[in-house]
Design a protein around this ligand. Structure first.
Ligand code: HAM
Length: 428
């Protein structure tokens, strides 16, 4: 057992995994660009109030899972690591006066988030999200566009059969009446409720619908549904979102108990699951409309919608479903030498090739040439550049390790020759 280990719930992304993440991030950035989202960065920590106000004090994320940073004595500010990106992005949107930009302001963030949750497969204390926000458009067309964007990501990432679960959770006009009904329903069985759920009945009754406690299953099944209580504007908005999705050929499944874990949502709410994995608390992503958040964080009333996809979980799903994984690229060439002691020449040739943008490895050991070539073949380098007596005349041997052929090449032409060979190799 090593003395020091990564903190519980965190992961070292070893090169293989990091390459998989890199591939997903590449897809995210490419899609963001195609859909007109601009990438930005926000701090990994914020004033705690940004999360308490933005996400809601009675949510699990704030109540139990916030990584609070111990305050320092010289300043009284209280900070916490970001558990998600939306609150921080909206804080930045307000702070930098982005409401003067033509709406919607389309922003995206890729990076680590922190939640002090109980770790398990696919649930970490530091995890990565691709977050997407469209601020300043009340929809419903942008709702459908955002959902289509999320779904497109899984398709391009190679995760088989991801489903869109869709709901509307109403707004401040219609939700209060629904919450009263919900409270009455669960309140009638208050003594059967587990302690946590009994408390939620007071603090956040909507979350009762998301309880995984088996005791709750029957009660949830019999609970009134928000979609039966939507006011006319919310109903019309929801109908239009569905109509847009249908017209675009984006399949979805209605899930009237889908309520999301953060308080800022209104109207459209959605989650992405692999088919058959809906019950496992393993959403691959989720999002929705948060029309009240900008105002809550000090801006003008501004409609907005977005989502975040969990990259750790997507990568797991790619691996589980046999999707494409990122593989390490071998070097184009290994610079080897007939004189094992002449590391200087090998380093100089390698450096000049790298300066031309080529990926090469220099043989820095003192092994015999045959050994050097053996390991070059083993790591699947395409070429070996062999430095020998001809170096005095400015020439080197260029050995094609796959074809087994070898020829003399002037040093001044080497980079160009290798670049051309690399190109023809990639194209066929
Ligand atoms: P969320 O549903 O809390 O939404 O998180 C989005 C996704 O992040 C989840 O579906 C999951 O894939 C991933 N995720 C969450 N917690 C963990 C964890 N502990 N370990 C691994 N993956 C995790 C939000 O965060 C909202 N900010 C989404 C949003 C953006 N809504 C509007 N705009």
């Amino acid at each position: 057992m090593p003395t020091y280990r990564a903190p519980r719930g965190t992961r070292d992304l070893l090169p293989e995994t990091k390459a998989g993440f890199g591939r997903l991030e590449g897809i995210a950035r490419s899609l963001a660009a195609r859909y007109g989202y601009r990438e930005m960065e926000i701090p990994l920590f914020e004033q705690t109030a940004v999360f308490e106000r933005g996400i809601g004090e009675a949510t699990d994320v704030v109540e139990k899972e916030l990584f609070r940073i111990a305050p320092r004595t010289e300043d009284s500010e209280s900070w916490a690591l970001r558990p998600e990106a939306t609150a921080g992005i909206v804080r930045a949107y307000v702070q930098h006066g982005m409401q003067t930009l033509p709406p919607p302001v389309k922003l995206t963030v890729v990076g680590p988030m922190f939640r002090y949750d109980r770790p398990q497969a696919g649930r970490y204390r530091q995890f990565w999200q691709w977050d997407v926000e469209a601020i300043g458009d009340a929809g419903p067309a942008v709702d459908a566009e955002v959902i289509d964007l999320g779904r497109r990501f899984y398709i391009e990432a190679g995760v088989a059969d991801v489903q869109v679960l869709l709901n509307s959770i109403g707004d401040s006009a219609c939700r209060p009446a629904y919450l009263e009904r919900l409270k009455a329903h669960f309140g009638a069985h208050a003594d059967e409720l587990p302690a946590l759920e009994r408390r939620r009945l007071e603090t956040n009754p909507l979350r009762l619908l998301d309880s995984k406690d088996p005791v709750m299953a029957d009660l949830i099944a019999g609970a009134p549904l928000i979609t039966d209580f939507l006011c006319e504007p919310c109903r019309a908005h929801f109908d239009s979102v569905k109509a847009h999705l249908e017209a675009m050929g984006v399949p979805y499944r209605l899930q009237p108990t889908l309520v999301r874990g953060l308080d800022y949502y209104a109207r459209t709410a959605f989650e992405f699951y692999r088919s058959g994995a809906e019950g496992q608390q393993q959403a691959l992503g989720g999002g929705g409309r948060y029309d009240g958040l900008v105002e809550l964080l000090g801006g003008r009333p501004t409609a907005a919608i977005g989502f975040a996809l969990g990259l750790d979980r997507v990568l797991l799903a790619v691996e589980e479903t046999g999707g494409p994984v990122a593989v390490a690229e071998p070097p184009l060439a290994v610079v080897a030498g007939a004189d094992p002691a002449d590391t200087v020449s090998r380093l100089r040739v390698a450096a000049s090739l790298r300066a031309e943008g080529l990926a090469v490895r220099a043989e820095l050991g003192q092994r015999k040439l045959a050994r050097q070539l053996e390991s070059a073949s083993k790591e699947h380098a395409h070429f070996a550049v062999i430095l020998g007596d001809e170096l005095a005349e400015g020439q080197v041997q260029l050995k094609d390790l796959e074809a087994g052929t070898q020829r003399l090449v002037p040093l001044v032409d080497l980079a160009r020759e290798l670049a051309r060979a690399a190109k023809s190799h990639h194209h066929g």
